[in-house]
Design a protein around this ligand. Structure first.
Ligand code: SF4
Length: 405
């Protein structure tokens, strides 16, 4: 695969190491990563610097969680041979790019990111009026742009972060993508596409720049993605030239929208450590059973003979995740007619959750017994990530006049 297609198929995603992973992480993020790992060139990282933005006062938890989180990822089905797994702080290029991008990012862009105010409201017990917290969406932009990722898997609530990343990349390319003799170099690059494609590119560019034909722009981009013979620099020039601008040094990523996790917590709220309603990925079977048995149910079912309403019961929400149609039918009828008791209703769920977590727990035990293997996986991933990050940063420094050769 050529470099440009590889870039557009590159995915970057991270997770903060702030405690044990639970079923919410598994259903909300990891199952999606597992699906993506064979379809894309995936870079998954432990976001330890991001964890510091909210946990700078209790950073101990970060250190404790890093390796456990990697074990959970692999135990859940992430294959180290298929993806690059790494630790953010071991790829310091993220920090340098963050610093450089901070020079061109208006403070108002960061202040208007919706999660900035939301998180301060939600996490009132923490002092989040810090420079680091304001800047964390820009650090995320650097995390993505340093790999020139084409796609970023996000939920609806994170779309604004991808939008910020796109704006920052656009601004960067606008300011620093202008090279001397840009047009001459772009015209020379067009010729390298071969007669037929060069003509097609020029016509499509004309249709977009002169008539604003958005379809022509899209077709031209697709045409460029398929050009095996172009060097990366030429390809970047031609992507920029299409829109009349300069060289595209930091390509704008697209959001790969992932459905919101339906994983409810044990109390019916979203599963989250801060609500104390989780089942961890390595929860022993007895603890799983106890937690599910203690789950609250429809409060109208005081006695076994009282009929209930699954729509008012958090246990039903778990059935929606774990049960097939026949089982759901059994719950609906049994609950509404008082044909089953709540403990009967919870039984199949205990079995399903235990069955889901058993292989994960066993793999995690094996991995925990060989910590050196886990460390080696991360060291290899750090190196693979740095190799890509270094290339981007070399080009960024050169564009900004900081290469001092
Ligand atoms: S029978 Fe099931 S769905 Fe109905 S109230 Fe009890 S636990 Fe909830």
């Amino acid at each position: 695969m050529d470099t440009v297609s590889l870039q557009s198929r590159r995915i970057v995603s991270g997770m903060r190491p702030t405690g044990q992973l639970h079923l919410g992480h598994y259903h909300g993020v990891l199952k999606n990563w597992i699906k993506l790992q064979h379809e894309f060139d995936c870079f998954f990282f432990v976001a330890d610097w991001h964890a510091l933005t909210t946990h700078y006062e209790d950073s101990q938890i970060i250190e404790e969680s890093v390796w456990e989180m990697v074990i959970d990822w692999i135990a859940a089905g992430i294959e180290p041979s298929a993806v690059s797994l790494f630790l953010q702080s071991k790829v310091p290029e993220h920090a340098e790019l963050h610093l450089l991008l901070s020079m061109i990012t208006p403070v108002s862009w960061l202040e208007r990111v919706p999660t900035y105010k939301d998180q301060q409201e939600k996490l009132k017990e923490k002092d989040l009026a810090t420079y680091g917290f304001l800047g964390y969406p820009l650090l995320q932009s650097a995390d993505i742009l340093i790999y020139r990722a084409g796609q970023v898997p996000v939920g609806e609530d994170q779309l604004s972060h991808v939008e910020l990343t796109r704006e920052v990349a656009r601004r960067f390319n606008h300011i620093y993508g202008r090279e001397k003799d840009f047009e001459e170099k772009a015209e020379a690059a067009i010729k390298k596409m071969g007669k037929k494609n060069a003509k097609l590119y020029s016509n499509l560019r004309k249709a977009y720049t002169e008539q604003g034909d958005a379809d022509a722009l899209e077709t031209a981009r697709e045409l460029l993605k398929g050009q095996q013979n172009l060097a990366l620099g030429d390809s970047e020039r031609l992507f920029g030239y299409l829109e009349g601008g300069g060289k595209v040094i930091l390509p704008e990523p697209q959001a790969l929208l992932t459905p919101a996790s339906k994983m409810p917590g044990l109390d019916g709220q979203k599963m989250s450590k801060s609500y104390g309603n989780t089942i961890s990925l390595r929860e022993p079977e007895q603890a799983i059973a106890e937690k599910i048995k203690k789950m609250p149910t429809d409060t109208n079912r005081v006695r076994r003979t009282d009929p209930g309403d699954p729509d008012k019961c958090p246990v039903w929400q778990l059935h929606e995740v774990y049960s097939d149609d026949a089982q759901k039918q059994w719950v609906q009828e049994g609950c509404r007619t008082a044909g089953i008791g709540c403990l009967d209703c919870k039984g199949p769920l205990i079995d399903s959750v235990c069955a889901e977590l058993k292989p994960i727990r066993q793999r995690a035990e094996d991995l925990s017994a060989h910590p050196e293997d886990v460390r080696r996986i991360i060291e290899d991933g750090n190196e693979a990530a740095r190799e890509v990050a270094r290339d981007t940063l070399d080009e960024v420094r050169a564009a900004m006049g900081l290469s001092y050769k």
